[in-house]
Design a protein. Structure first.
Length: 229
């Protein structure tokens, strides 16, 4: 029995566009976007930006880092030894603050030292602050007093626009009817949309097929099966 030949694929990196004009603003992220755009007119030197996986936290922090000339690193790379060097720059982004292990003393020291210098700190993390499981009471109290903003799950308009953007990032052009077909059937989360677009890209390359409704339907079934495992 003859089978459709499957092509070998190259696992080439995809570099999402992170400029201001590439950020998609909707009701779910407008508050976060407006607050970061308002810098340096913040009511505090410390801002906590939270949201679900893939919701645009890194994109927003990248936009702000360019404007503020800030350095950026993950919380797991933050140590007490690095604090003086980071404070010298007057602006820093600490990402994935919910992740473990982390040096909470170093984070607390960084926030205080940056405030004394008149600098700026932007913290990003998955989910609300209450879910970060912080063990240091002084740090938790400090973050609760900071200005904070949360990105919500995307609405229909953002979900459709995000699908188009992610497809274009991978140089895939599909009919708007297919985009709508996906939007109506995919879980309403940025993380799911990102992983599904990756699946479509991989399957299209492996099978040597253009992106059709039939291929998308097969990918949706495969994606749903993977989700339920």
């Amino acid at each position: 029995m003859n089978e459709t030949p499957r092509q070998l694929t190259l696992d080439l990196p995809v570099f999402p566009r992170m400029d201001t004009e590439d950020f998609l603003v909707s009701s779910s992220n407008e508050s976060a976007y407006s607050l970061l755009e308002a810098w340096p007119e913040w009511p505090s030197r410390l801002l906590v930006l939270s949201g679900p996986p893939g919701s645009g936290k890194t994109h927003l922090s990248t936009i702000w880092a360019k404007r503020a000339n800030a350095w950026a690193l993950d919380v797991q790379d933050l140590t007490s030894v690095r604090v003086p060097h980071l404070v010298a720059n007057s602006a820093v982004v600490i990402e994935k603050c919910e992740a473990l292990p982390r040096d909470e003393d170093a984070l607390f020291h960084l926030i205080n030292a940056m405030e004394e210098r008149g600098g700026w700190v932007l913290l990003t993390g998955r989910g609300a602050l209450a879910g970060w499981d912080l063990k240091t009471p002084d740090l938790l109290s400090r973050l609760r007093r900071a200005i904070s903003v949360e990105i919500e799950q995307p609405d229909d308009a953002l979900l459709g626009a995000l699908l188009v953007k992610l497809l274009l990032d991978r140089q895939m052009i599909v009919d708007t009817s297919i985009v709508e077909y996906i939007r109506q059937r995919i879980e309403r989360s940025v993380d799911s949309v990102q992983r599904f677009v990756e699946l479509i890209d991989q399957e299209g390359l492996i099978r040597g097929r253009r992106i059709t409704k039939g291929l998308v339907s097969e990918c949706l079934q495969k994606f749903d099966n993977t989700q339920s495992e």
